[in-house]
Design a protein. Structure first.
Length: 140
């Protein structure tokens, strides 16, 4: 509602039925995220999701701790994945995955920009490694 401060009369009103679909979905998403949409059931689901997320994080650290490199000198993070593993995936899986990641990266720039920076750095590192070892792309 818009109220005229001088007279106190309502000058305009926007009803829920007048909202466009995306505005309604945004409002529902915010209400669900805050635990207001379905009351106690919504709050219980959010609490379970938070507990599950905390558990996954702690379990991930535990898994790393059990598999951490214990021999050798210096700080080590373990062995990196084999280069070119993406090329071995079938095209029917890779094409939609790349498209989905690009769309998500576009709409969530704080995810997309670091991912793009990582990919550029990874391509530069891979090109330098190939040049240094003298291997071709087919042999890599």
């Amino acid at each position: 509602m818009a109220v005229d401060p001088a007279t106190g009369k309502i000058t305009d009103r926007a009803n829920w039925a007048d909202y466009p679909l995306l505005a309604k979905m945004t409002s529902w998403g915010i209400d669900a995220h805050m635990g207001l949409l379905f009351g106690l059931a919504n709050q219980i689901v959010l609490a379970l999701l938070a507990i599950a997320l905390i558990g996954m994080i702690l379990w991930g650290y535990r898994m790393w701790w059990l598999r951490r490199p214990t021999r050798g000198e210096g700080f080590a993070l373990g062995r990196a994945p084999v280069r070119g593993a993406w090329r071995k995936l079938p095209g029917w899986f890779l094409a939609p995955a790349v498209l989905l990641i690009a769309v998500i990266g576009y709409y969530i720039p704080l995810f997309g920009l670091p991912l793009l920076a990582f990919l550029v750095i990874d391509l530069i590192v891979g090109a330098r490694r190939r040049r240094r070892t003298g291997r071709t792309d087919a042999a890599a």
